[in-house]
Ligand binder design. Structure first.
Ligand code: GAP
Length: 464
């Protein structure tokens, strides 16, 4: 898949109402995007599928919805105030800013995760190949660290004493509520807490459409386990994640890979991390990180707060700080993945091209479209409306009568609607049957109206 595909997908996203440039009428805000009518449906469907699969359908999981703004001590304890930095360099010629590690990594093709700021600086100064990607010159400032958290002030006075941060991850909202959830839900280790919510990072080099943005949404799980069992659980969470991506979201398995962090790349508190990556048109990119974070976060919050965030096992009599497996997903990246994976351009037997979004049926923004063969014929229109009313209880259904049937099919293909129903004269005058057309095979069959709910129930069933 070429990088040009990204342009086609961005155009389709705008034209069909999936994703718009934010504040477009004011010239936009760089790397900030809004989800349109179909995009918000698709994103909601992805989040609902995640919530159902990982939280509602499991006895060992519960949900949470913590606030974005938190006591700043949280970010001291988590290490974000001192360590959540990226190395930044400026080009003195064109004034563009870059991540020093990305500059070195891309030009020299070497991993940089374990390089110090000084080592990065030395490479940038020494290697003539490293030039500004924007103007091609070689005149950089020394690399310096840049904290990625967005700061603001709480209350009416803006002083250093009332600085607070927009959360850079949803995870910490889970850790600080560990005791609240434990006491109120009466869950026993092993159990987990999941939440979906916005996170903010002042990324130095956002880009690739919605892949890396400064405001984004995460779907995160902290799964608490007995120390010593964490690697077994890590394995189970990798398997569950794979099922979610391939069976629930329908992403092609050949476009996914598991990449384990090597010991140098591994965070100092983690004893294993595996990223699930997707083959984006611009290269492999992280979709989800599954980290075995030991008891780092709960220990740090125990140290910084007045609470001992430990667990008493009534069966064994042992008290310990649980270890944590953290499967952390990006909702926007998952959305982009679903969109790219579904995007298909086919040549039909008559030589014409059709663009189809082959979404998994359960997450398609419109699941069924209903067309009246004749829009001025009351009996056909009324019958179409009746069918919509009947199917709307279970499915997302749309009505369209603004073009000829062939054109309506193409439009629905382009937004990924799995089924179209056409109501015609035979339906109302003869047999009470409709034509149901399948998006992927383009085959059509006549089905009795009364059988439609059962037919679609079966067609939309998710098996895994
Ligand atoms: N609590 C762990 C954590 O936040 P992370 O690898 O920094 O880990 C997890 O982020 C996921 O969040 C990533 O795999 C990615 O899907 C998403 N993500 C992170 N930064 C992002 C950004 N700037 N824009 C969009 N998604 C992002």
């Amino acid at each position: 898949m070429s990088v040009d595909i990204m342009k086609d997908i961005m155009n389709l996203s705008k034209n069909r109402g999936f994703v718009f440039q934010n504040s477009e009428i004011y010239g936009g805000l760089a790397n900030t995007w809004d989800y349109g009518p179909l995009g918000s449906e698709l994103k909601n469907n992805i989040k609902k599928a995640w919530w159902k699969f990982f939280i509602q359908d499991r006895e060992d999981m519960v949900g949470l919805d913590a606030a974005i703004l938190m006591n700043p001590r949280v970010w001291e304890a988590s290490g974000h105030v001192s360590n959540f930095n990226d190395p930044l360099v400026d080009c003195k010629e064109c004034k563009e800013r870059f991540r020093a590690d990305h500059l070195v990594e891309k030009t020299l093709n070497i991993p940089t995760a374990n390089l110090t700021l000084k080592e990065l600086n030395d490479l940038i100064q020494e290697k003539d190949d490293i030039v500004c990607p924007s103007c091609g010159k070689r005149n950089f400032t020394p690399a310096r660290t840049f904290n990625l958290m967005f700061k603001t002030h709480q209350g009416v006075i803006e002083t250093d004493k009332n600085i607070i941060y927009m959360r850079p991850e949803t995870a910490q909202g889970i850790f600080v509520n560990f005791k609240n959830v434990l006491n109120s839900s009466r869950k026993k280790v092993p159990f987990g807490i999941g939440q979906i919510g916005k996170a903010f990072r002042n990324e130095i080099t956002p880009g690739n459409f919605i892949f890396r943005t400064r405001e984004f949404e995460q779907m995160e799980i902290e799964f608490f386990v007995e120390p010593g069992t964490e690697l077994e659980w890590h394995e189970k969470w990798m398997e569950a994640s794979k099922i979610f991506f391939t069976k629930i979201l329908g992403i092609k398995e050949e476009n996914l890979q598991f990449r384990e962090h090597d010991p140098k790349e591994l965070a100092h508190y983690a004893n294993k991390t595996v990223d699930i990556e997707y083959k984006f048109p611009f290269g492999w990119g992280e979709l989800e990180g599954i980290a075995s974070r030991t008891n780092f976060d709960l220990s740090r919050h125990s140290e910084f707060s007045n609470e001992q965030l430990n667990y008493h096992d009534s069966k064994t009599g042992n008290t310990y700080i649980p270890y944590v497996i953290e499967p952390s997903f990006g909702a926007d990246r998952t959305f982009l993945t679903v969109l790219i994976d579904a995007y298909t351009v086919e040549t039909l037997p008559d030589g014409k091209e059709r663009t189809v979004l082959k979404f998994a049926k359960n997450i398609a923004p419109v699941q069924i479209a209903v067309f009246p063969l004749k829009k001025n014929e009351p009996s056909i229109v009324n019958q179409s409306r009746e069918i919509i009313k009947m199917l709307q209880k279970k499915f997302t259904v749309a009505y369209d009568d603004t073009a000829a049937i062939g054109k309506l099919y193409r439009r629905q293909d382009e937004i990924g609607t799995p089924y179209c129903i056409t109501v015609d004269f035979d339906t109302v005058e003869k047999d009470q049957k409709v034509t149901v057309r399948n998006r992927d095979t383009m085959e059509q069959e006549r089905i009795a109206i009364k059988d439609l709910p059962a037919y679609f129930e079966k067609e939309f069933e998710v098996e895994w």
